[in-house]
Design a protein around this ligand. Structure first.
Ligand code: HEM
Length: 419
């Protein structure tokens, strides 16, 4: 069933006059008005209504083929121009152009989003409410001028976007994550899942292709960022457990019980099933963060509270320091995995524990890293026991990652014949 039929069958989004009228003459906004009402809302409603009367359900054929799109665009433009000529509302030439563009964008495209989607400098569009639209340009978020008439209007455009990629969104299925035909990623959430009204994000697919050099750089970043960090954290975890046999005993017991089940869940479920093992790994990353400093260079003079940040300065955010700060942690230099037990985890401030960074450049492999680390730890600790080799005390040095100078010598023995 098409959008037109579906919405008409539902009696529109708000008052049963049909979705188009609801949208363009205002309908029942789901959120309080936060901006002056559109002075041309009624005019646009009348003209939109005339388009429906003259062109019927084929109005919603947009997107089916290039040919039908062009035909439809021509027809819509003709009806809009005719109706504007008949209407008595006084309009300047610019206003006439604006109203025509808004109506055609609304019928043929994605309404107020169209200019943003056409604008190549916009890389992401985020709609947090009908009157709060943000865009990303050059990595920075800006408020966009575009707004919808109300949440019903926004909902109709969301419905249009998702139904054009063969998906549907409604109360029973209030979230859609899909790709648009041009590769852009769209994510929409509506009530009851969203508590504030419809939400929409479109991550635009770059028209610029990556060069071979950039592809190589990306692959190297993935290997560099993903391999050594996790390997270092695993090494430090095994070492710390070896030095704290009472913690190691509890974790071995957790792992043995899990591995002893008649049917062991698939590896992607291990992370949730082994909270003590996870806590030990997280605590090891607190004491020895694989990325001990996160570096930035201001591209222009900037200021954070009283701190002046001149262009080109070396700015270091130091997880190493934050993770051992006496104001944030009790007994900060001790290995105490219970800080990360499920009942304590939520008490931590988001910014006191930063092994994966934070903000827009937060590690994209964080969940993957946790999964693979817990799988590796469970497999190793189930089979082998790791004990300190003598009284050796490793000295951490910061290269790219936190590395133990001289390695982490340990004695490894099979546990109860499992190895
Ligand atoms: C324990 C393991 C890991 C740790 C501690 C870690 C830590 C970090 C940190 C702190 C950052 C932010 C750097 C910054 O803000 O400048 C980062 C970024 C990144 N990480 Fe990880 N990482 C780990 C595992 C992984 C894995 C397994 C992958 C890939 C599969 C990965 C891929 C990346 C990428 C691609 C970035 C750059 C993201 C961006 O700049 O937008 N990391 N990582």
């Amino acid at each position: 069933m098409g959008l037109h039929d579906r919405l008409n069958r539902q009696g529109g989004y708000s008052n049963g006059h049909g979705p188009e009228l609801d949208v363009l003459v205002g309908g029942q906004p789901d959120a309080p008005e936060r901006r002056p009402a559109d002075p041309y809302a009624e005019l646009k409603g009348r003209i939109h209504h005339a388009c429906i009367a003259k062109l019927g359900p084929q109005l919603y054929a947009a997107g089916q083929s290039e040919q039908s799109n062009e035909d439809l665009a021509e027809k819509v433009l003709r009806v809009v121009t005719e109706q504007l000529a008949l209407d008595r509302t006084p309009l300047t030439r610019e206003e006439r152009r604006q109203v025509t563009r808004e109506i055609t964008d609304d019928i043929l495209g994605y309404g107020p989003l169209e200019p943003l989607l056409r604008d190549d400098s916009v890389t992401e569009v985020m709609v947090n409410n009908y009157d709060r639209v943000f865009v990303e340009r050059n990595g920075k978020i800006e408020v966009a001028e575009a707004t919808f008439v109300d949440n019903a209007h926004l909902l109709r455009i969301i419905d249009k976007i998702v139904s054009q990629v063969g998906r549907r969104i409604d109360e029973a299925s209030p979230m859609v994550d899909a790709r648009l035909p041009d590769g852009s990623r769209v994510n929409a959430i509506i009530p009851p899942l969203s508590l504030t009204g419809p939400l929409l994000t479109i991550r635009k697919f770059s028209k610029r292709r990556l060069t071979m050099e950039e592809i190589e750089d990306n692959i190297l970043t993935f290997i560099g960022a993903g391999h050594e960090t996790t390997a270092r954290a695993l090494g430090w975890t095994l070492y710390l457990l070896a030095k704290a046999p009472w913690e190691r005993d509890a974790i071995e017991a957790e792992i043995d019980e899990f591995m002893g089940q008649a049917s062991i869940p698939p590896p992607h479920k291990w992370l949730d099933a082994l909270p003590l093992t996870r806590a030990a790994f997280e605590e090891a990353m607190r004491l020895y963060p694989p990325a001990p400093s996160i570096n930035r260079e201001p591209i222009e003079d900037d200021q954070y509270m009283d701190l002046k940040l001149p262009k080109g300065a070396a700015v270091l955010v130091m997880p190493w320091t934050v993770h051992r700060h006496r104001l944030y942690w009790d007994n900060p230099d001790a290995f105490i995995p219970s800080r990360f037990h499920p009942e304590n985890r939520d008490k931590l401030d988001r910014f006191q524990y930063l092994p994966f960074g934070a903000g827009p450049r937060v590690c994209i492999g964080a969940t993957f890293a946790l999964q693979e680390a817990i799988i590796a730890l469970a497999t190793l600790l189930h089979r082998y026991r790791f004990d300190p080799a003598g009284d050796y005390k490793p000295w951490p040095v910061q290269k790219l990652t936190t590395q133990p100078d001289g390695g982490l010598p340990m004695n490894i023995t099979p546990r109860r014949g499992r190895g």
